[in-house]
Ligand binder design. Structure first.
Ligand code: SAM
Length: 192
């Protein structure tokens, strides 16, 4: 089993303290993150494209998961999870409409006040990303990378606010929180 993404290992205690225990790993790949968190007591749903789901259905460890879904199930699944994981997925979706579907499915399955942990390749206007990164602003590959400001421009209109982020090597990881609703005024609120 390959190691879980760095952001997952760094932030899993943060999510435990926030009682974010039900998780959707969206674009779960070879299940490295899903199984890491399932092994630490989180209830994890894994979702991916149909061809990838049929691959991980044959993995015996799948019994440790709360469930497995194909992306086509997500618009109606309403999982109401506490946390969505998205590691190295958003940056490989090249079609605008597909990226929008991906975001819509996150919002549809996350509870109000829930968290999105997103890790992907980074793009920084200044700073360490330029060192040793052969794609830095030069190739098509580079166009599939993001800075935290670019993520903000995409995610804030979907109802998220950024709580935290860091850059490490050529990766950017960020935690966002979806707005919740005040019981009394039906207004958007963010809990600390
Ligand atoms: C680079 S892998 C990352 C897998 C995993 N998140 C990880 O960090 O190990 C990208 C994954 O995204 C999935 N994927 C690609 N397009 C997707 C989409 N539109 N919706 C959901 N998953 C997608 C792929 O099938 C693949 O499993």
């Amino acid at each position: 089993m390959t190691q879980a993404a760095k952001s997952i290992t760094l932030y899993s205690n943060f999510f435990r303290h926030r009682e974010a225990s039900v998780v959707l790993d969206y674009g779960a790949g070879k299940l490295r993150n899903a199984l890491y968190l399932a092994g630490r007591g989180f209830a994890v749903y894994a979702a991916d494209l149909p061809e990838q789901v049929s691959r991980f259905r044959s993995c015996p460890a799948i019994n440790l998961l709360a469930g497995v879904l194909e992306v086509g199930d997500l618009p109606a699944s309403r999982l109401n999870v506490d946390l969505v994981l998205s590691t190295y997925v958003f940056n490989i979706i090249t079609e605008v409409a597909e990226r929008q579907r991906y975001l819509d499915n996150i919002v549809a399955n996350l509870r109000p006040g829930g968290y999105l942990l997103i890790e992907l390749r980074c793009r920084r206007a200044h700073g360490e990303c330029g060192n040793g990164c052969p794609d830095y602003f030069k190739s098509q590959e580079c166009a599939k990378t993001y800075s935290h400001e670019e993520l903000d421009r995409i995610l804030i209109p979907c109802g998220f606010r950024r709580l935290s982020h860091y850059y490490r090597h050529q990766a950017l990881a960020a935690i966002y929180q979806l707005a919740g609703y005040s019981r009394y005024q039906h207004e958007l609120i963010f809990r600390p």
